[in-house]
Design a protein around this ligand. Structure first.
Ligand SMILES: [Mg+2]
Length: 164
């Protein structure tokens, strides 16, 4: 079975958009928001939107068929809140791992993994690695860059051809 992995914050959960919307401009162009997440999450979580296309494309990826594994730097203390949010938003997944900030995301070996943070992609064990375009990762040219979930879906569908 093809194993597709994705980061949660700023790939599926649109933290950047939330900060923009709430005019927390100092944070919106950095990844520091993810560091503050355990503090801000309980407050902002009811207003946290889904990244456009993520819900639909995860469903389509699942139908390839593929196993969907979310690996997040959120801590296990946020597990209930996070699972509730995913359910409320209708996001399909088979497994979710909470590794904590700075935690090791290389716990599963993937066919393809998507993250917005190059350091995570460097460490992760995956045959294919995609960098989700964000203002804070524009300096990185080490991974194929994707801008939308439609692009991710097409990439995965092509990569999975003959492997599933
Ligand atoms: Mg992220």
């Amino acid at each position: 079975m093809y194993i597709f992995g994705t980061d949660l914050d700023n790939v599926v959960a649109d933290l950047e958009q939330l900060l923009k919307h709430e005019h927390i401009v100092e944070l919106e162009k950095t990844d520091i928001a993810e560091l503050l997440l355990s503090v801000v999450l309980p407050v902002v979580y009811p207003r946290l939107p889904v990244v456009p296309g993520a819900k639909e494309c995860l469903r389509r990826i699942k139908e390839i068929p593929a196993k969907i594994v979310i690996v997040t730097a959120r801590s296990s203390e946020d597990e209930k809140l996070t699972r509730d949010w995913l359910e409320e938003k209708g996001i399909l997944y088979d497994e979710i791992h909470f590794v904590g900030h700075g935690g090791d995301k290389s716990i599963v070996t993937f066919d393809c993994f998507v993250d917005d943070y190059p350091e995570n992609l460097e460490k992760i064990k995956s045959r294919k690695k995609l960098l989700f375009d964000k203002p804070w990762n524009r300096e990185c040219n080490d991974f194929p860059r994707v801008y939308t979930w439609d692009e991710i879906y097409v990439y995965v569908r092509e990569d999975a051809r003959g492997r599933v």
